[in-house]
Write a protein that binds this ligand. Structure first.
Ligand SMILES: *Cc1c(COP(=O)(O)O)cnc(C)c1O
Length: 390
């Protein structure tokens, strides 16, 4: 059966061009980029090219790019560096809809290390309460970390404005741009962020490669202490193969931005409008305007998201539910809870996240599968009677 992959916020297909670029470095070109000989140095040169391509995607200088092992490592490195730079400051600020890579780190720092962690709330549309954010900024604040775009709803935070206000207070600002990169323009110079995280496997590079942008002149404390690699900012022999793949993926992502903004957005809107048209008692989670062009988080009243996923799976359709799936529970995710999405809609939430590999035929197939699937599940639901929710 052909797979219809609409789970791109979870991970993406590695682009053929990326695989092709990496293959020689798995095989004959295995040199250590730090070696003095030409054989190793040619890998070093290729890594420098990749660094330039990554920098170009976010309008950075290549010297500001640190390669890591994943988005999670980038997030952790950024936070720990800021804490090391400010050993006397105890407040750390984030939102309550962050990815676990930030959320659980902040909870750990609060519960085990005594930090005063502030989790700024969002409203029902997923918009950050910026008044509360600005009120919480204090002389005692070591770092503010906020995601550029949300992985579940696609809601985009006003990072440019926030970065400016945080910088005015002399506080370090980090953003997790893992979901924003490759989907909307990300410009570190225009936004003025101090640190920014990327992850390869969310932008058609392999799993296990991440990037941390560190603004020039920022004091940086390495998370992995070891060799002199990455200009002394991360020890460990470079994952040259994946770094080279990441460079290619960033080059492709820059090329594809207009395609995502136009064609992928069209497909997403098409899917959204079809589902809203054909199925009653459905609502989209998150504000419609400031939203990633590829993401649709949509709640179907009176059914379980997991049951929908099972029926989709039979048709080869890959999507996600709105539950706290990582913990194996059926409770709504922390993001939907933070947005106070009504219980029954949160339970029946599905996230479709598209890429430029998707087609209109696939969207039609999803709709043709969803309509009878929801009907069938509602026929068995105690919360559904006579064509409406009870
Ligand atoms: C996937 C993701 C991460 C984690 O990246 P990994 O490379 O899987 O560690 C962090 N933040 C956001 C917003 C993500 O979507």
């Amino acid at each position: 059966m052909k797979v219809i992959y609409t789970d791109n916020n979870a991970t993406t297909r590695v682009a053929d061009e990326v695989i092709e670029e990496m293959i020689p470095y798995f095989g004959t070109l295995y040199g250590n980029p730090s070696s003095m000989h030409t054989f190793g140095d040619q890998v070093g040169k290729k890594i420098q090219q990749a660094r330039q391509k990554v920098a170009d995607l976010i309008n950075a200088d290549p010297r500001e790019i640190v390669f890591t092992s994943c988005g999670t490592e980038s997030d952790n490195s950024a936070i720990f560096s800021a804490l090391n730079a400010n050993p006397d400051k105890k407040r750390i600020i984030t939102s309550n809809v962050e990815h676990p890579a930030i959320l659980n780190l902040f909870k750990h720092l609060r519960d085990k290390k005594g930090y005063d962690a502030v989790f700024v709330p969002v409203d029902k549309t997923g918009r950050l309460n910026t008044d509360m954010l600005y009120d919480s900024l204090s002389d005692d604040t070591a770092i503010v970390s906020l995601m550029w775009a949300n992985n579940e709803t696609g809601v985009i935070f006003p990072i440019d404005e926030i970065a400016r206000k945080v910088a005015a207070k002399g506080i370090i600002f980090h953003t997790d741009a893992v979901q924003a990169a490759g989907k909307i323009p990300v410009d570190v110079k225009a936004s003025g962020v101090d640190m920014l995280s990327l992850s390869g496997h969310k932008i058609h590079a392999p799993k296990g490669i991440g990037v941390l942008y560190v603004k020039k002149g920022m004091k940086f404390f390495p998370y992995l202490i070891g060799g002199h690699q990455e200009n002394g900012r991360r020890g460990g022999t470079e994952n040259s193969v994946s770094i080279i793949g990441m460079g290619k993926a960033c080059e492709l992502a820059a090329d594809h931005l207009p395609v995502v903004d136009k064609e992928v957005r069209h497909l997403r809107d098409y899917l959204q409008n079809r589902l809203l048209e054909k199925i009653p008692s459905v609502s989209v989670n998150g504000e419609l305007e400031n939203r990633l062009p590829n993401t649709l988080s949509i709640g179907f009243d009176a059914v379980e998201g997991e049951s929908i996923l099972m029926l989709l799976d039979r048709e080869g359709i890959c999507a996600s539910s709105g539950s706290a799936c990582t913990s194996g529970s059926l409770d709504p995710s922390h993001v939907l809870l933070a947005m106070e999405v009504p219980f029954t809609s949160a339970h029946g939430t599905i996230r479709f996240s598209l890429s430029h590999y998707n087609t209109r035929e696939e969207m039609d197939h999803i709709v043709d599968t969803m309509v009878p699937a929801i009907e069938k599940l509602r026929a068995m639901s105690p919360f559904w009677k006579d064509g409406k929710m009870v």
